[in-house]
Design a protein around this ligand. Structure first.
Ligand code: GLA
Length: 380
């Protein structure tokens, strides 16, 4: 069926559409998106899978076996779902329905089945996978003709205004725009945000990006993440800027408060590290890239104060066992570390991290390599 206005096609009501939607890691540019600065995340080969079938009524039925749910759980609401009506994992789906509708789109009823091999709460953006995936599925079923950036922005609104997590848009853009063998450079300082895919030939260079999930789980809907946002906004306001990423090198000297100075120092130095990392990526300067990743971790630990003992121990052990660089990735306060590791050091890095965790009486962390993967895509 073709929509006369948009030229977009809409699948027949009875067919099941299967979407494969990746998580992401962020290579560099942490806590910059909501400050108006660039990030370089990439989509990873761990996915949420959504099977979607359009309904003739306004019911939204979701069956989930996502990690963290015990057995198949079901949630049901309607396309008229209101703020606060749905909570827990299903709020990400309900929020996306709500967000599309708030934007004036005609949202069809849908049956959705969710599966995943992407750990949740691990800093790998399972929530963005769920919101972007739901938005893609609904967009497709309704034939709305939205582009990927529009989908990412609707998914972000679901998370911000329905779930109540004040995130930036980096994760949603990475999940929507990812491309195999590439990273996604995002620039939220323009409207709509800029997106550019840049080659990331990590496998061809004998290197592996290892993810270590510390098992310490975060929740962005409260706590430290929101505090950092507030502190950044306060620093920007004191400097007379609309976004902190616009701060010049003298900004730190112009602030009084030590905490705000430190947060600003992170934003300024991290923005410079993004530029240096993109150059290193382009030139295949992997050692240099590793050094930049580790410097980013130190800045997140010391100036932005979003790391924790488990993340720091993982980074130190990875470096000691031969990683070229390592850093926490995502919002922090738990979650995952990424390490850039020569293939022949992979086992040694994993073993030393686990040894350190065991010595400290911490639970054995999950560790797995990832490769840059495609963003959300239809697989049937
Ligand atoms: C979380 C948020 C992102 C971003 C990162 C930190 O992943 O969802 O928008 O702010 O933290 O870089």
């Amino acid at each position: 069926m073709t929509d006369a206005m948009t030229g977009s096609t809409r699948p027949p009501a009875t067919s099941v559409r299967r979407w494969q939607v990746p998580g992401r890691v962020n290579l560099i540019g942490e806590h910059l998106d909501y400050n108006g600065g660039p990030s370089v995340p990439f989509a990873i080969d761990r996915f949420v899978t959504l099977k979607a079938r359009r309904r003739d009524d306004d019911a939204v039925n979701v069956w989930s076996t996502l990690p963290g749910t015990t057995s198949a759980e079901r949630a049901s609401f309607t396309t008229g779902v209101t703020s606060g009506e749905v909570s827990g994992w299903a709020a990400y789906v309900a929020g996306t329905v709500w967000s599309l509708r708030e934007a004036g789109h005609d949202v069809p009823g849908v049956d959705l089945v969710l599966e995943s091999d992407l750990p949740s709460g691990a800093g790998l953006s399972s929530s963005a996978a769920l919101t972007v995936g739901t938005a893609c599925a609904l967009e497709d079923l309704a034939g709305l003709g939205l582009d990927r950036t529009a989908v990412a922005l609707l998914a972000q609104r679901a998370e911000n205004d329905y779930v109540g997590a004040p995130t930036g848009v980096m994760d949603q853009l990475a999940v929507a725009h990812g491309r195999a063998g590439h990273a996604v450079r995002t620039d939220p300082s323009t409207s709509p945000p800029g997106v550019e895919v840049v080659p990331f030939a990590v496998a061809e260079s004998g290197l592996v990006v290892l993810v270590v999930d510390t098992g310490v789980h975060h929740a962005h809907a409260g706590g430290g993440y929101a505090d950092r946002r507030r502190e950044s906004e306060q620093a920007a306001a004191e400097l007379g800027l609309d976004h902190l990423a616009k701060a010049g090198p003298d900004a730190v000297l112009r602030l009084e408060d030590e905490t705000l100075k430190a947060r600003t120092r992170h934003v300024i130095t991290e923005t410079a590290r993004v530029r240096a990392a993109v150059r290193a990526l382009g030139d295949g300067e992997w050692k240099q890239l590793g050094t930049i990743l580790t410097a980013s971790h130190e800045s997140l630990r010391d100036d932005y104060a979003v790391s924790c003992a488990e993340l720091d121990v993982t980074v130190e052990a990875a470096l000691e066992a031969g990683a070229l660089g390592a850093r926490m990735t995502g919002g922090g306060f738990g979650g995952s570390v990424i390490a850039l590791v020569p293939r022949d050091r992979l086992d040694a890095v994993t073993a030393l991290v686990r040894e350190r965790f065991e010595a400290l009486g911490w639970e054995r962390p999950a560790a797995f390599p990832v490769v840059p993967a495609d963003g959300a895509r239809l697989t049937d």
